[in-house]
Design a protein around this ligand. Sequence first.
Ligand SMILES: Nc1nc2c(ncn2[C@@H]2O[C@H](COP(=O)(O)OP(=O)(O)O)[C@@H](O)[C@H]2O)c(=O)[nH]1
Ligand SMILES: [Mg+2]
Length: 360
Amino acid sequence: MPRSIRTILVTYPEHNAISEAKSLADTAGYSVEKIVTQKNITGSKYGVGRGKAQEIKDLVDQMKIDVIIFDEVLKPTQQYNLSKLCKVETIDRERLILKIFESRASSNESRIQIRLAQLRYDMFRARDKVRLAKKGEQPGFFGMGKYDADVFFLDIKRHVTLLKKKLEREERRRKLHRTQRSKLGLQTISIAGYTSAGKTTLFNALTGETKDVGREMFTTLSTYTRAISMRDIKFLLSDTVGFINKLPAYMIDAFRSTLSELTYSSLILLVLDISDPIPEVKRKYDSSIRVLNELGVPIGKVFYVLNKTDLVNGFESVTEKVNKLDMINKDCIMAVSAKSGFNIHKLKELMADLSEADRI
Ligand SMILES: Nc1nc2c(ncn2[C@@H]2O[C@H](COP(=O)(O)OP(=O)(O)O)[C@@H](O)[C@H]2O)c(=O)[nH]1
Ligand SMILES: [Mg+2]
């Protein structure tokens, strides 16, 4: 087993920012050893201030850190300065998100969309990088002059055109794929929701109870999909990529295509972190519903799972929060704790009930 990649996470000193950034890093497979926060992480030279940068450098040395994850967009110069100071690689927020999408792409179409987003990311940074290269500050990068820079841009543009053509072909093929998937004869239940709502914890809780059924039958299943059985009913359960705050516009197509499996799921478990303050739960609920609408998911297929009830004081508080949410489909709610296991069995029973009643 490869050694885990030890990281320092640099983010804002707010609970939400920290838990989202931590979950993003986890999802991308990094091991977060230390969290460093600062109110403003968009400063000019290092992103963080000089003193903070030095503090990070010391921590990198002391804790044998491999990578710095920076929860903001960094310019190549900033990335370069921080990496040069600390002598380790720096990954900014957008690169981190692209890595997650890349690891979750399950179709040719989404792989192309993600490649397109990666090219956009590189393109935004190319000019700055060329400038760095000219100053001789980053010999590892192309080492190019103006002429080479033009060629580089032209190459990216050609690549983009090519990928867009491929994408059109894949879109035409998509219908076929869906028919094939349904031939497996199993219904798919997908777990959706914001990053750090507890999707993966719920996925593990739901799949942990039963043994993997007939995995050998589904050799194409990814690590994020497992076959589970409840009573005698079998389902495919999928952990999907989370909704992300402040997702840059150029990544939206890539994000949607990685979530396309939601459109052919029989049931969507929409996980909400009920321990968030009400306005936060409401904001996440509203925008989750909006994304599901945009993806063409019928709201009747959505079942709400209110997670982290162990952090909420008493059942009344949960009920009170729910009343303020003004949900569509109010009868499709279950409060659970994926961590403690509270109501997990009940949730499974309920999924079986829905199936037997032909609701899914
Ligand atoms: N207290 C509590 N923490 C939880 C619960 N479910 C998940 N978590 C924690 O919330 C964080 C994010 O969970 P994760 O499953 O990775 O979220 P995901 O990003 O939606 O997949 C982790 O630190 C979990 O341990 C829960 O029911 N109660
Ligand atoms: Mg997860």
